[in-house]
Design a protein around this ligand. Structure first.
Ligand code: HEM
Ligand code: HEM
Length: 189
């Protein structure tokens, strides 16, 4: 187990960030879609509060992940991979990183604009308002942006996951295996 990535493998920390964030996004996306359909009773507030804290946690993890990524390196693409594919993958990854920030930030912006309740991360850490108080003018656009960015993330992530499966089952290379927990290591580590 090596914490850092090398020329042939993703390190433990990169894998941990990748799969923790995937798992939390699945929970968070489902929670978001379900909670907005619930009858508007006081009991739904707890779900919204959970959604906000979990969303801010994903934002924090994205920040830590990007920080680590700037310090870490990434394994090389397989030599057999055409250049257009390597470029496509890089663009896709950059887009995924951008969305990992944009989705929670737009949710936070919407929450700030409504200024319904103070935003307190897991009920412990008071978070600042991004709008400095209620901002009715941007409320609706922030809400729509949050929803729209979420569906963009779903789309890009689906394409990304499909590409990973093509690598594994069609190209039969190491690209998916080396991102999996406990994936084959050794060689040039
Ligand atoms: C990566 C993190 C996040 C994901 C994937 C996510 C996803 C979603 C989804 C799918 C919805 C339902 C959209 C709809 O169908 O109307 C939603 C709604 C919402 N999200 Fe997030 N969200 C995230 C982070 C946040 C954060 C950090 C906040 C606030 C601090 C937040 C606040 C809200 C609110 C208030 C709603 C309800 C909007 C409404 O009333 O229509 N979200 N989110
Ligand atoms: C919401 C879901 C996902 C997000 C946001 C996401 C995000 C990312 C990002 C940003 C990278 C680039 C890592 C870097 O260069 O630092 C990456 C790599 C990777 N992801 Fe995902 N991912 C998601 C889901 C998945 C799924 C479901 C699979 C598998 C089916 C997968 C397989 C991979 C693989 C194999 C790599 C390494 C690619 C390479 O070596 O170039 N990802 N992911």
């Amino acid at each position: 187990m090596a914490l850092k990535s090398d020329a042939a493998h993703w390190g433990t920390l990169a894998k941990l960030f990748h799969w923790t964030i995937v798992l939390l996004l699945l929970v968070q996306g489902t929670l978001g879609l379900v909670m907005v359909e619930l009858p508007k009773k006081p009991s739904v507030i707890a779900w919204f509060t959970l959604h906000k804290s979990l969303g801010l946690t994903i934002l924090l993890l994205a920040l830590l992940r990007l920080g680590w990524r700037l310090f870490d390196r990434r394994p090389q693409e397989p030599a057999s991979m055409p250049r257009w594919q390597a470029i496509g993958a890089r663009v896709g990854h950059a887009l995924l990183y951008a969305l990992l920030f944009a989705v929670p930030l737009s949710g936070w912006l919407f929450d700030s604009a409504t200024a319904l309740r103070p935003l307190v991360w897991w009920g412990v850490v008071p978070m600042p308002s991004l709008t400095g108080g209620a901002a009715p003018a941007i409320k609706e656009i922030a809400q729509e942006t949050h929803e729209w960015l979420f569906w963009t993330l779903v789309l890009v992530a689906a394409g990304h996951a499909a590409a990973a499966l093509v690598h594994h089952f069609v190209d039969r290379d190491d690209v998916l295996r080396r991102m999996l927990p406990g994936g084959r290591r050794g060689g040039a580590a």
